[in-house]
Design a protein around this ligand. Structure first.
Ligand code: NAP
Length: 265
């Protein structure tokens, strides 16, 4: 029996190749697609080169009128939480690709998922190379006590810090909080120039044309420095394999799993 998948944000930069990948997979069936702009149109007309004959819904609630096993969300920061909660309350498992959710949101989502006995997998970055950055950074944090994170994205990205950066700060905090020698709140001058503090890490967000998503964590020690950096290219391909992995795995969980590496064997 094929796993029935609905994609919110189906017409987006990630959503489109994901629709193609899901509909082409032997074990998955694309049963729902959500976009406000293309509501009531067939995906075969929305995507020039596609044979996917599926009518687009205008909302997640509408799309989940069709029996669905897994909702995948690649929409926007201002709508992702409502979409996720709608799916959970309907007993549908969820894979979250969208950025913008806070640690408090994740606590709420976890509780709702536990109450409704569904699985949720969220990853700030579904690219395998970004997962490797997380692993290497966590390894470095076991030995090095000082670090700060730089979050780069395009000038059109509205939310900050990126999901990749939020998750990195969260994962590093599971190892330890970095040491800060001069308290941030006692900064002489503009306090904001020291960035924001998230899970103990200082984060500096840069939003400029030419960046897609990059993250750099800089570890400082006496007379030496270690920089670990990930740069996403201009295509959405790297996120597809990781998202498919999560779609196939999410039914094996109850509650929230945060981070792709938690499900990579
Ligand atoms: N976790 C990861 O690995 C990863 C990788 C890349 C991107 N992301 C994140 O994924 C999200 C999507 O990125 P993208 O670059 O694919 O965005 P995008 O190209 O702008 O596409 C957004 C999609 O969401 C839909 N949408 C937007 N607002 C909506 C709303 N209020 N209600 C319902 N649908 C809505 C859009 O269609 P309509 O406007 O027609 O509704 C479109 O289909 C972002 O949060 C981004 O940061 C995560």
């Amino acid at each position: 029996m094929k796993l029935k998948v609905c994609i919110a944000g189906a017409t987006g930069w990630v959503g489109k190749p994901l629709c193609v990948a899901v509909s082409g997979a032997n074990d998955l069936s694309l049963v729902g697609a959500v976009s406000r702009t293309h509501r009531s149109q067939s995906l075969k007309d929305v995507f020039d080169d596609s044979k996917i004959d599926l009518i687009v819904s205008g909302s997640v609630a509408e799309a989940l009128g069709t029996p669905t096993d897994v909702l995948v969300d690649y929409t926007k920061a201002d709508v992702v939480k409502a979409n996720v909660m709608t799916a959970i309350r309907k007993g549908v498992h969820v894979v979250i690709g969208s950025s913008g959710l806070t640690d408090e949101d994740f606590i709420e989502i976890n509780q709702a998922a536990l109450d409704n006995k569904v699985g949720v997998i969220a990853a700030g970055n579904f690219a395998i190379t970004a997962v490797l950055l997380q692993r290497f950074a966590c390894e470095a944090a076991r030995y090095l006590s000082h670090w700060e994170i730089i979050d780069y994205a395009s000038n059109t990205k509205k939310d900050a810090p990126s999901g990749t950066t939020r998750e990195l700060a969260f994962r590093l905090s599971e190892i330890r909080k970095p040491e800060v020698n001069h308290p941030i709140e006692e900064t002489i001058g503009e306090r904001e120039s020291r960035g924001t503090t998230l899970n103990g890490s200082q984060i500096h967000s840069v939003r400029l044309p030419s960046y897609v998503i990059s993250v750099e964590v800089i570890f400082g020690a006496t007379d030496e420095r270690l920089s670990i950096r990930h740069d996403a290219g201009s295509g959405a391909g790297p996120y597809i394999q990781g998202t498919l992995l999560a779609i196939r795995d999410v039914r094996n969980h109850v509650g929230l799993v945060r981070g792709l590496d938690k499900i990579m064997r």
